[in-house]
Every structure is written in C-alpha cells, then in structure tokens.
Design a protein around this ligand. Structure first.
Ligand code: AMP
Length: 306
C-alpha cells in the first residue's frame, strides 16, 4: 500500500542541554518520509519549500524512495523555519522562533502518481489545509490518520472539528487530548474523541509511552527506557510515520495490527531522539530496527500466575 504524507519540510534550529545546532533539516513530513523508507514502504510527500532548500536534502529523500514530486518549490520564497529550546528534563520545550514563510499560503498539490494512495497521513498543519487535501483526492483513501496540536484547538476549533469528523485515526498527546475533550481521565477523553469521529484514538505520553483506544478496548505501551535522550524533536512525527508505514506494509487496519504498528512507531521514535534532528534516523538499518523491536518485546512480555 502507498502512503501519502502531508506536512512541513523545514529548517530547524534546536537547543538542548547537550548542545545546539544551526539550521538543520527538519519538518514533520521529513521525519515521516524517512521513517517509512526504513520499512521500504512506498511514500510521497506533499509540502512546500523555498528556493533556499538544499537540493541535496531532496536527493536524500529521493534516494530513500520517497516521492518528492508533491513538494512544491517556490524559488523566491523561504522555507518554513522553527527553532526550539528544551528544558533540562527534555520533556518540555519553548518555541523560540516560528517563521511560517512559504507555508503561510500553502496550497497542497497532490501529484497524479500519489492519487491512488491507500493511506493518508495528515501531519500537524492548519486543519483547513488538512481538509483541502482530502477534498483534492479523487477517491477517499482507505485510512486517514491525523496529527494535530493545541495551537489549532485555540485558533481554528470549528475547522478542526470538521477535520476530526473525517478522520479514522487521530494521534495527539495527553495534554491535548484533555484540552480537546474537556476530560482529565484519558479513558474518558478517548471516549469523547471517538464520538467526534475517529474510530481509533492514539494518545502519546512522551517518555511514558502511548495508548491506543478502539471500540472499548485499550492497548498500552511504554517508551523504551534509553540511556541517553539527546534531542526529542521529531519523535512524535517519527512515531506517526513508523505507525502508518507498518499498516501500509501489512495492508491491514485491524486493532491487532495497530497494536504492532504502535510498537514499530515507538521503536523508530527511540532512534530519532538519540541525535540531533534526523541524523540518527537516517542511519538506522533494518537489523537495528529489528533488534529494537525485540527489546520492546522483552520489556513488555511477562507471565504471571494468579
Ligand atoms: P515534533 O517534535 O514531533 O513536535 O515535531 C517537530 C517538527 O515539527 C520540527 O521539525 C518542526 O520543523 C515542525 N514544526 C514545528 N512547528 C510547526 C508548525 N507550526 N507547523 C508545521 N510544522 C511545525
């Protein structure tokens, strides 16, 4: 199955307690594209960049099998730029700069070669832009996965509700789930979010893992305890990318397959945080990936007699 990704392709400048970077490659769609290439899933990105974006980064995506035909280049424009600084616990960060640049008037264009994608992953963007992508697809994809954040709840509530109503799987973090539902309990929050549309609700809890809710069933996974977390940027996007790519690979959207997809997404995200930006993710080999999934299995499997 083919995966269509819509999201930012960006420059990031990141500061963590361990160091800082100048402008490096970032953007939600970039992390998602690289994650799907690790699973050898056919994917394509729809995004927009400026004339300042290096051809070498586009070539890197192409060489990994990511279709970049849908990345529009506005020669006289500047690429989206985000800068963030992490606090000492690495769980929270302050956004220092957001220069929306060419993303301001983003009008997604879906190349004919990606129109038949079965899975659509809508990265965190204005819900109006996300909705326009669905409208532009000749046929509704079999599975629509949505990533969003509190910023859109504050600034575009009604449009976000329309988008959520058309979504099959929503991924948000715990605080955002509480804000979206008005419920503190994540179980109650998931129920309310189900009622808004999505059959599957994924709540990410950072270093505490993630929860998957469907039809009264809950599946929980921890995050892999890592010796070193260097830079959490892109962990959520990598998670979503690994999750979606696994479903594309298995060509199945059952709860059981989604449970495995959650593990794969988390395993991939555990690589992203080990170095700045996309650096570590770009190095991941298939055998490393398999070893990490096995670590997850060892971490979470137990028998108990009662
Ligand atoms: P995450 O750490 O998973 O939240 O994602 C970080 C990535 O999101 C960075 O690479 C940024 O370039 C990108 N990003 C940050 N803010 C925005 C925004 N407002 N719209 C689109 N992408 C963004």
């Amino acid at each position: 199955m083919k995966l269509l990704v819509v999201g930012s392709v960006a420059f990031d400048a990141i500061e963590t307690p361990f160091g800082k970077t100048d402008k490096i490659l970032g953007g939600a769609a970039t992390y998602i594209g690289i994650a799907s290439s690790i699973l050898n899933v056919e994917s394509g990105i729809v995004s927009v960049i400026g004339g300042d974006f290096p051809q070498s980064d586009l070539d890197m995506l192409t060489s990994r099998g990511v279709n970049v035909e849908g990345i529009e280049i506005i020669k006289e424009g500047k690429t989206f730029f985000w800068s963030g600084k992490y606090h000492n616990d690495l769980n929270s960060r302050d956004t220092l700069v957001t220069e929306v640049n060419v993303l301001e008037n983003f009008d997604p264009k879906i190349p004919e070669s990606m129109q038949d994608s079965e899975i659509l992953l809508l990265g965190n963007l204005h819900p109006g832009v996300q909705l326009s992508v669905l409208e532009k697809m000749h046929n509704r994809p079999k599975l629509v996965i949505l990533d969003t954040m509190n910023f859109w709840m504050d600034s575009a509530w009604d449009t976000l509700m329309l988008m959520i109503a058309k979504t099959d799987v929503i991924t948000i973090n715990d605080e955002e789930a509480r804000q979206l539902s008005g419920e503190y309990s994540l179980v109650k929050a998931a129920k309310k979010i189900h009622e808004m549309g999505p059959e599957f609700v994924i709540i990410k809890k950072g270093e505490h893992g993630a929860l998957l809710f469907h039809n009264g069933k809950i599946f929980a996974i921890p995050a892999l305890p890592l010796e070193e977390v260097f830079d959490p940027t892109g962990a959520g996007d990598t998670f979503a990318g690994g999750f979606a790519a696994y479903l594309a690979k298995k060509e199945d959207f059952s709860f059981e397959t989604m449970k495995s997809a959650l593990i794969v997404g988390s395993a991939m995200a555990s690589f992203t945080v080990e170095k700045f930006g996309t650096e570590r993710l770009q190095e991941v080999t298939e055998s490393e990936m398999i070893a990490r999934i096995k670590s997850f299995k060892d971490l979470t499997t137990f028998e108990v007699e009662v």
